[in-house]
Design a protein. Structure first.
Length: 387
């Protein structure tokens, strides 16, 4: 495996080693490109906190049809992608689990909202099944007796974000990508083109193409010309991890989500007995403090949904930052600055969109052609520069 020495030139330089940066690096390296990833801790970031739901249907909101198409394409790719990644990483399991998702309503108002969502699904030709409260509890006996109805989506699944990140790190290394554990301090621009980055220690690294995949800090990179990238806002999410003792398993058999007091909550049961509860939505800048209020609200709402939750051991709390673009859709592809490519702004869909992001960006980096599926998400939609 060839390692780039300090100052060497890479064909592709990826700024940011979260799951999005890593999947772009891995897929580009598989196509034979020389790739370097810059990140102080590759595999860190939001994936360490994410619950890992793969839920394009139950996550759908009105007006997000283009994002739905992207999410459905990525979801359809996940089974094969997980198998490819496990092989490429030398056997690391991603925790991909085909379990389905149940969205439930706890009162009559929530039931009407869920009914409207079901009608929206039907108009779009999506596969979701309406259930009575009794039918929902038959699927998940631990649900509260007051559940009034639900939507069962058999193709909304899950993956373990932490295992995914670890597998991508290993796959990148095995494919020949260089993981440089350093921080990019400044984008280098020469002749009106992105030419590389300067590290915090002053070292300059040059590249044919620079991929900006630094999540909610993407637009903060020094040297980035004004207007090339919109502000990517950090949206804090607090998450709890509980342990289901062997005697209580299976506590839940599939992902369960609901709206409680106007807030969204979800419970994601892992095959190994972990139960992830998330997530708050807080506009607090880059703060990742776990708060007593956030933990209380999640436990309170989870208890209302699944009363037996309070019998389980609480083993971990955490908070991460979702990278949200102005329209909450990702930025994929070339920017207004030649040589600079965006792979950021995935907001709440980073894990879901991992396979398709890797495919689309690697295709562009290798051929110079942005695939049709990515074009609605071009950064040019914010800069008004023709793609």
């Amino acid at each position: 495996m060839t390692r780039l020495a300090s100052g060497d030139r890479a064909e592709v330089l990826v700024v940011g080693g979260g799951i999005i940066g890593l999947v772009v690096a891995w897929q580009a390296a598989r196509r034979g490109l020389g790739v370097t990833v810059l990140d102080p801790a590759p595999g860190g970031g939001a994936a360490q906190v994410a619950a890992g739901m793969l839920a394009p249907v139950t996550e759908l909101q009105y007006g997000e049809e283009p994002l739905l198409r992207l999410g459905m394409a990525s979801n359809a790719r996940w089974a094969a992608f997980a198998a490819e990644l496990t092989e490429a990483s030398g056997g690391l399991d991603t925790g991909y689990r085909q379990c389905g998702t149940l969205a439930v309503a706890l009162d009559s108002d929530d039931r009407e909202e869920l009914r409207e969502l079901h009608a929206f699904h039907r108009r779009l030709g999506l596969d979701s099944q309406w259930l009575t409260g009794r039918e929902a509890r038959r699927l998940e006996p631990m649900l509260a007796p007051g559940v009034r109805g639900g939507l069962h989506v058999t193709d909304d699944h899950q993956v373990d974000g932490r295992r995914l990140a670890a597998a991508l790190v290993r796959a990148c290394e095995r494919a020949g990508a260089v993981l440089r554990r350093a921080e990019a301090a400044e984008l280098l621009v020469e002749g009106g083109r992105a030419a590389g980055v300067r590290l915090a220690d002053g070292t300059a690294l040059t590249a044919g193409q620079v991929v900006l995949a630094a999540g909610s800090r993407s637009h903060l990179l020094a040297g980035l010309p004004p207007g090339v990238l919109p502000a990517i806002r950090p949206v804090k999410g607090q998450v709890l991890r509980l342990r289901v003792p062997a005697a209580y398993r299976p506590f839940l058999s599939r992902n369960v989500r609901a709206v409680v007091r106007g807030g969204h909550i979800y419970l994601v049961p892992r095959a190994d007995g972990e139960l992830v509860i998330g997530a708050t939505t807080e506009e607090q800048g880059h703060d990742t403090t776990v708060t007593a209020g956030g933990v209380y609200e999640l436990l309170r709402d989870a208890h209302e949904l699944v009363p037996g939750i309070t019998e389980l051991p609480l083993v971990e709390t955490g908070a991460g930052l979702r990278p949200g673009s102005p329209d909450n859709a990702p930025l994929l592809g070339p920017t207004a600055l030649p040589g600079l490519v965006a792979a950021t702004g995935h907001y709440r869909n980073g894990v879901l969109l991992t396979p398709v992001t890797g495919d689309l960006l690697a295709e562009y980096l290798a051929t110079g052609d942005l695939p049709e599926l990515a074009r609605p998400f071009s950064p040019h939609r914010f800069t008004k520069v023709p793609a």
